[in-house]
Design a protein around this ligand. Structure first.
Ligand code: PAF
Length: 271
């Protein structure tokens, strides 16, 4: 639908719900919905009276043009899943940014490392679209998956820094039965590469179960298990600041990003 009219109607509907005393929840997505997304809807639903879901493949956050061009879509199936998981309003703008849009929202620090180091501009694209989505929808509570662990921390940081009155809830990562973290990009994997992709979770799991708490040894262990074509990073970081640790202590997180074939995958576990 046309972005301007559509955004205005979404805003008006949310204001009407709030005037009735409803708490409004929000799950932003890029579509091609799977159980990971629907679990976020279920979680949001349990914290709100009305649920808004958005589907918009945001060009600003793609650092790789072919990744954007190959991004899968499934509008009819997505709408059905939203309906089945308690969505009251599905917001699907075709042209989200108004003519002359010239604003960027950029979070420093947290975005400089990990995915930020290998995907230039990615997080600025994410925070810019999420800030505008928050402006259009003005939810009371928004849910972001722990699958994109760094993104979750970046959004939290943006909400805190800008003083937005939005509660950000983390949704647990959802895996297939074989352990592969659910992602819309998994459909691009060949049968052989899908098998190799399991090594991301296996490496993190071995690191989580190891008795050794020395990070250098844990990384070496993880790397010995990974079966990938290019490793962007395998790190053990503080779960809040995302700064690298030398020893696993307090709240630590193991994070990995790697290419299997042409497909870039990410995964993480609590250590
Ligand atoms: O996690 C995603 O799917 C996207 O980064 C988000 C939050 C919908 C912004 O485009």
């Amino acid at each position: 639908v046309d972005s301007v009219g559509c955004s205005e109607r979404v805003g008006a509907q949310v204001r009407a719900w709030k005037a009735e005393g409803c708490r409004v929840g929000f799950v932003p997505t890029m579509g091609f919905l799977h159980r990971g997304h629907t679990s976020l809807m279920d979680l949001a639903r349990s914290h709100c009276d009305r649920l808004v879901v958005s589907i918009f493949v945001n060009p600003l956050q793609f650092d790789d043009v072919t990744d954007l061009e190959r991004y899968p879509i499934a509008p009819a199936a997505d709408a059905e899943k939203c309906r089945a998981h308690g969505t009251d309003l599905l917001y699907v703008p075709s042209n989200f940014y108004p003519e002359g849009f010239s604003t960027a929202v950029s979070v420093g620090g947290l975005t400089e490392r990990l995915c930020g180091a290998t995907r230039p501009g990615h997080f600025d694209g994410v925070t810019t679209v999420v800030a505008r989505l928050f402006g259009v929808v003005s939810p009371d509570v928004a849910v972001f998956g722990e699958k994109d662990y760094q993104q979750l921390q970046v959004i939290r940081s943006m909400v805190r820094d800008l003083g937005l009155a939005i509660e950000v809830l983390p949704g647990p990562l959802v895996r297939d039965e074989d352990g592969l973290a659910l992602s819309s990009r998994n459909t691009r994997l060949s049968v052989k590469d899908r098998r190799r992709s399991l090594s991301l979770h296996q490496a993190l799991l071995a690191m989580a179960q190891a008795v050794d708490r020395d990070v250098e040894s844990l990384i070496a262990l993880g790397k010995s298990i990974l079966d990938v074509d290019r490793l962007d990073y395998l790190e053990v970081v503080d779960a809040d600041t995302l700064l690298p640790l030398k020893e696993v202590e307090g709240k630590a997180r193991g994070l990995v990003a790697a290419y299997v074939g042409e497909t870039r995958l990410i995964d993480n576990v609590a250590l």
